[in-house]
Design a protein around this ligand. Structure first.
Ligand code: ADP
Ligand code: MG
Length: 571
């Protein structure tokens, strides 16, 4: 399934005398198009995965546009400039770039953004070659983008006001649409339901880290499960641990940030004594202190004691003798999630354990999951946390699966927040394309051509979905154009049917995307394309050039381009 590819795109620098004007612009367009060509084949459910390997021999399998973009080493002056402005204080440029980077790093719609941006530029290229001023193109593209986004909003369907069950079903469709393009696509329904339950569990809480994903390599994907609470791998334990109970119903949970360990149990402990008779008194004092701490823990009524720091041999046995479960060296994130879910507060002293600081849950259990033991807290009162325990395959597989689930989580959260959806499978793209074509006929002058090109570029989405599935794109696109041209408007939600190679009503087949994802994609792709179009000069690092030369270059830019100067700033 995975296709091999070069780990790097190296675009050789153009000759020095071509680093300005049209030649520079065309070179930049070519660079972006090349990036588009790399990610193009990953789009959609039949997209190919990319096997990316770096110099250090580490291999990542991914279908995720963002991951690919991050791993690929893109070497081009235009790309470098983008990074430079990211750091600059130029707010206009930063907004553009922010959008671009956001779209590249955000978990979904990435491939779409890159493809669209590349296609917008590809369509612009002949105009640039003909000497059209890029500002004219930019203006038309922005108009087209605004119109397109208005249209998406108009076509979006709300999922508000439905019953919880209905809503869950609809959200699961959204999740399934994202997952279908991933390695775990074969089990998309299974995981979609899990993702929706996880997102619903945390409610409106914005802290994404309340959803944990724990990977346990091995087993079957279907062995993955959702805990409506917290789960983490069993921590290191001492001998007495085996005698502790491993399951409680409604236990009180004590959360500590305290060491429950004798000094002498520590590896590097060293006590220097002048008089050997002092030894016993020191040992006694230490034992008294720890027994005092342990007694206080027991008196609190807690049945489960967790600490971020070590819980030693003595404490483990002490708790075992009193039917208490303990775990030391619990990772901070896990401890905090238990606190959030179970309703407890982490204590830094045992001196004042009031009932309010203890948490609870319906079931605490230590359970075997594959080759690992897990501490699982389910039925937590706040309900505001969820953990997906992910099983299956090799490490690389499970890592990609985690990324895919993360994508799906993000998309469901966005759908929950915005609660409007549009038909996917290229349907929405075809519809906007048609709308813009129609609209362009009402415009006089060159702008008509530019908006028409923008409209044409949008067709790249359905075309690529077909190509990647091995279908005849020309044929499918013709059918889609006919459907979308229907006066009645009943063809408006028709998109590519990935299963048959024909066309289908994407709404009816539940290939849905949150409207906001589409809107962001169109906006980011347009801004990225316009940013590239607005650069027709590579400004060299001023430090490496004489101040005079730099000033001269600036003056030249202004003279030639009518105030273009540092092209980046101009919008
Ligand atoms: P992105 O990184 O842009 O999200 P994906 O590889 O996830 O890219 O592909 C998303 C595209 O695939 C969207 O246009 C979506 O509508 C389409 N898609 C997803 N599932 C299906 C499906 N079952 N049938 C047709 N198109 C689909
Ligand atoms: Mg996607």
């Amino acid at each position: 399934m995975a296709s091999m590819m070069q780990p790097q795109i190296i675009l050789l620098k153009e000759g020095t005398d071509t680093s300005q004007g049209k030649a520079q612009l065309l070179s930049n367009i070519n660079a972006v198009t090349a990036v588009g060509d790399v990610v193009r084949t990953t789009l959609g459910p039949r997209g190919m995965d990319k096997l990316i390997h770096d110099d250090k021999g580490s291999v990542t399998i991914s279908n995720d546009g963002a991951t690919i973009m991050k791993l690929l080493d893109i070497v081009h002056p235009a790309a470098k400039i983008l990074v430079d402005i990211a750091k600059s204080q130029d707010s206009e440029a930063r907004i553009c770039l922010g959008l671009l980077i956001l779209s590249l790093l955000s978990s979904d719609g990435t491939t779409t953004v890159v493809l669209l941006a590349a296609e917008f530029l590809k369509e612009a290229k002949p105009f640039v070659e003909d000497g059209v001023h890029s500002q004219n193109l930019i203006r038309s593209y922005r108009t087209a983008s605004t119109l397109a986004i208005e249209k998406v909003k108009e076509l979006a369907v709300s999922i508000e006001g439905k019953s919880v069950e209905e809503k869950k079903g609809l959200l699961a469709k959204c999740a399934a649409t994202t997952l279908s393009s991933k390695l775990i696509g074969g089990e998309k329904e299974f995981f979609a339901t899990m993702v929706v339950d996880a997102v619903m569990a945390i409610g409106d809480d914005d802290r994404l880290n309340l959803i944990g994903i724990k990977k346990v390599p091995g087993g079957n994907m279907r062995d993955s499960f959702l805990v409506d609470g917290v789960a983490f791998k069993k921590t290191f334990s001492y001998a007495g641990f085996e005698q502790q109970p491993k399951k409680f119903l409604n236990p009180k949970i004590l959360l500590l940030n305290i060491e429950l360990e004798l000094k002498s149990e520590k590896e590097n402990a060293e006590i220097r004594l002048s008089d050997p008779s002092q030894y016993q008194s020191i040992v006694d004092a230490e034992w008294n202190i720890i027994y005092d701490k342990l007694d206080k823990c027991v008196e609190s009524g807690a049945k489960v004691v967790l600490s971020r720091l070590a819980i030693g041999d003595l404490a483990t046995q002490y708790f075992a003798d009193r039917d208490i479960f303990c775990a030391g060296r619990v990772a901070e994130g896990d401890l905090n999630r238990v606190a959030a879910a179970a309703g407890g507060t982490v204590q830094t002293s045992v001196n004042n354990i009031i009932p309010e600081v203890l948490g609870t849950c319906e079931i605490f259990e230590e359970k075997q999951v594959g080759g690992e033991r897990f501490n699982i807290f389910s039925g937590c009162p706040s309900g505001r946390t969820a953990t997906i325990v992910l099983r299956g395959g090799a490490d690389q597989f499970i890592e990609e699966a985690e990324r895919s689930l993360h994508d799906a989580i993000m998309i469901v959260r966005r759908a929950v927040k915005n609660s409007t959806v549009v038909p996917g499978g290229g349907a929405i793209d075809m519809e906007i394309s048609k709308y813009l074509r129609q609209h362009s006929r009402t415009i006089a002058g060159k702008s008509q051509l530019f908006i028409n090109s923008y409209a044409k570029a949008l067709e790249v989405i359905p075309r690529q979905l077909c190509d990647n599935a091995g279908f005849d794109a020309t044929d499918v696109l013709n059918k889609l154009r006919q459907k979308h041209a229907m006066q009645s408007g009943e063809g408006a939600s028709y998109g590519v049917d990935i299963n048959t190679g024909g066309i289908a009503d994407s709404f009816a087949s539940f290939v849905w995307e949150p409207a906001v994802v589409k809107i962001n994609a169109i906006n980011a792709a347009t801004e990225a394309a316009c940013l590239i179009l607005s650069v027709d000069e590579t400004v060299k690092n001023p430090k490496s050039e004489s101040a005079q030369g730099d000033a001269a270059a600036g003056a030249m830019g202004r003279g030639r381009g009518g105030g273009r100067g540092r092209g980046m700033r101009r919008r």
